[in-house]
Ligand binder design. Structure first.
Ligand code: HEC
Length: 220
């Protein structure tokens, strides 16, 4: 403590009650003493605002739906995309008939060759470049696609569904192995239809002389 008269007088007390009052707290521990002065109002104001802000934020964040987290927003966007994709697929399927796939898609060289390109990129690991599900003499995990057998239906719309969705739910798979949707590739509806056209074009005997009902669906 100094004797300088310009320094404020230091009093001992429990705590400061007035602005500008300098209090030395009554307690003393191991020679350590503690000052106490009234905090400036601007400081107290921001402190109280912070507490109010915390409570409001906590209530809004955890107890209302007003604030959506990034992960919620992403989930919602993904759901919207899924819904749009389903709608696009339903629309495409409505115009995709067995007749259209056999007579239009599989006879269009541009579509068949686009299907072949996708096949070579996405399907050969399991079905082989020769569609025989072999690599040399080694059997691959997929079913042969040139053996005249279409396990999940020979109708092109069935083949389309098989490629698009993979092994149907509850299907046993092949040697216990199911096929995953689109062979695990990111394929558009257009690409799946082109793949179907490619498979039809590669198996002409299976689809020669096909007859269709009024809806353009294969009569087996
Ligand atoms: C990771 C391996 C794998 C890939 C990649 C794969 N498949 Fe398959 N595929 C299979 C298996 C396994 C089956 C047999 C599933 C079953 O019987 O349930 C199968 C079955 C099929 C069938 C039904 C064949 C039949 O005889 O009934 C078709 C059609 C088919 N795949 C087309 C494709 C096309 C087109 C692609 C490329 C987009 C593709 N697959 C990519 C593993 C694969």
């Amino acid at each position: 403590m100094s004797d300088d008269p310009s320094e404020p007088e230091v009093k001992r007390g429990a705590f400061a009650k007035k602005k500008g009052e300098v209090i030395l707290r009554e307690h003393e521990y191991d020679g350590i003493q503690e000052f106490d002065q009234k905090l400036p109002n601007w400081w107290l104001f921001t402190f109280y605002i912070a507490i109010v802000w915390f409570v409001a934020y906590w209530v809004i964040y955890y107890h209302t739906d007003a604030y959506r987290t990034d992960s919620q927003k992403i989930t919602e966007m993904m759901e919207t995309i899924q819904t749009e994709k389903k709608a696009a697929l339903a629309e495409a399927l409505a115009s995709l008939t067995d007749k259209a796939l056999i007579e239009e898609w599989a006879t269009d060289p541009a579509k068949v060759s686009a299907g072949e390109t996708t096949y070579m990129q996405t399907c050969t690991a399991c079905h082989g470049t020769g569609l025989d599900a072999k690599m040399g003499d080694i059997p691959l995990s997929g079913r042969p696609l040139n053996d005249g057998e279409w396990h999940y239906g020979k109708a092109p719309t069935e083949i389309f569904k098989m490629i698009n969705n993979g092994t149907p739910e509850g299907g046993a798979g092949y040697n216990g192995v199911p096929m995953i949707a689109k062979g695990g590739g990111m394929l558009t509806t257009q690409q799946v239809a082109e793949l179907t056209a490619f498979l039809i074009a590669k198996n002409p005997d299976d689809f020669a002389g096909a007859t269709f009902d009024d809806q353009g669906m294969l009569i087996e």
